[in-house]
Design a protein around this ligand. Structure first.
Ligand SMILES: [Zn+2]
Length: 181
């Protein structure tokens, strides 16, 4: 299967527009950042991630959600455990996924990056179907934003090493990057 991004939106993906985005200060979209997320941590299959990115999370639904109260975050894409892709922010706009970050001396990676969240955790493997979706999504992104070369596909842990560990030690970089080339 081939996916296409047109005017910043992926065809064939579920779209759930997040309020948490703004305009990029530059037309330069040249970095792809891979993340993981699970809510509650280590649990999969809930809709809480969508709720968080849409600003609808019920912070009373779980004790660990209290600290998420008022948090305004998003990513361009989420890939669920079953491989399903949801898009929350137009790729031409700035999503709020990287936070304080730096790549090759340039800070504020949200300005020039696309963020993909994998539903997952640092403590377990990702599903094969997630890699397959990630690969076809990455190919669509590279086609639409050719400044994103394989050298410019990194983890959140690489641009915010003090704060972040995702996508974690179970993410198979070698498999992913070699399958792209
Ligand atoms: Zn992250």
């Amino acid at each position: 299967m081939t996916l296409t991004i047109e005017n910043g939106w992926l065809d064939k993906a579920q779209k759930k527009p997040s309020p948490f985005y703004n305009q990029r200060p530059t037309n330069d979209v040249s970095l792809l950042v891979i993340h993981n997320i699970s809510l509650p941590a280590g649990e999969f299959g809930h809709t809480y991630i969508d709720d968080l990115f849409l600003g609808n999370l019920d912070c009373d639904a779980h004790q660990t959600f209290k600290e998420l109260e008022g948090l305004e975050v998003s990513a361009h894409f989420l890939i669920r455990r079953n491989g399903e892709i949801t898009q929350f922010v137009n790729c031409d706009e700035r999503a709020w996924h990287a936070g304080v970050s730096e790549f090759e001396g340039r800070s504020g990676c949200n300005d020039f990056s696309i963020g993909i969240e994998l539903e997952g955790a640092d403590t377990c493997n990702y599903e094969d179907t997630q890699y397959q979706s990630l690969l076809i999504l990455t190919q669509a992104i590279i086609k639409a934003y050719p400044a994103i070369t394989t050298e410019r596909i990194i983890g959140h842990c690489h641009i915010a090493p003090v704060r972040k560990t995702d996508p974690g030690p179970y993410f198979d970089w070698q498999y992913y990057l070699s399958a792209l080339s």
